[in-house]
Design a protein around this ligand. Sequence first.
Ligand code: ATP
Ligand code: MG
Length: 327
Amino acid sequence: METVVSGIRPTGNLHLGNYFGAVKNFLKMQDEYKCFFFIADWHSLTTHPRPENIQLSVRKILAEYLACGLDPEKATIYVQSDVKEVLELYLFLNMNAYLGELERTTTFKEKARKQPDNVNAGLLTYPTLMAADILIHRAHKVPVGKDQEQNMEMARKFARRFNTIYECDLFPEPASFSYSGEGIKIPGLDGSGKMGKSEGNAIYLIDEPSVIRKKVMKAVTDSGPTVPNSEKPEVIRNLFTLLEVVSSREVYDFFNEKYNNCEIRYGDLKKQLAEDIVSFTTPIRERIQEFASDTAYLDKVVAMGAEKSRESARATIQEVRHLIGFR
Ligand code: ATP
Ligand code: MG
């Protein structure tokens, strides 16, 4: 069975964009592949050297993923910093990673521009740590967005380079697993293209119904179509995209027909959309609260994940040491 590795950032809460763009795919993958999902707590130090409360953020995000249906019996869910083997591989990979190629990485250049006072070596070697995260489990597939494509190319390059230098075929070249075919971009309700944390337009899974209703009712619309079957402008398409993911086919068709007949009342659409989002998120929100308060269970999941991931990591690192000449 092919192995999948994916990192999860321990920052912020999950929103509808994260759910339909990423988490939903994880739920499918955990049934089809040998999955390793890790919470990337080391990575966050490249931008936040003094994290507020890293233990708490890790457990908060863990509770959210579990509430969405990530299953520690099916997938290995672990915290990056529990697997020190990753650091050893990071070191070995760094010995064969060159300054020029690291400096040329777009993500590095972007981050360096964003935080000119903290262009640290961790930022520079981010692609090496990412490669170590992937290669430590000898992963075949990594689900990533377009923005990570270059880092994935680096991971493949480091895998190939290791195999060449040490004359082995230890590492498969990890393929980017893009869902762009079946993937969906969840829009914001402020007329902007994408729902996102930094966009400040997100509807979070933990939002109370009253908060959701308020956010949806504020959604940007237009004055409505005047010609039957006219094409929807972006702000209206955005609403329909959300209907598509949270509402029933009937509801979607109902409003679509109203739109095409120029009889649409956006107020009604928004009310329905808000209720459908509430129905979708309420069971998840309740489970988040349950998981978050069950610290004993969260600790158990973390411990189980640490054990399973370390077993896989140890097997790789032993071969790596052997190949380089360490015992
Ligand atoms: P930030 O604003 O800090 O970049 P974000 O809200 O974009 O945060 P990320 O942490 O970057 O969220 O993304 C986590 C995962 O969710 C990624 O796989 C990303 O592709 C996906 N994702 C985020 N926003 C959306 C969206 N609006 N539609 C579809 N997928 C999304
Ligand atoms: Mg993002």
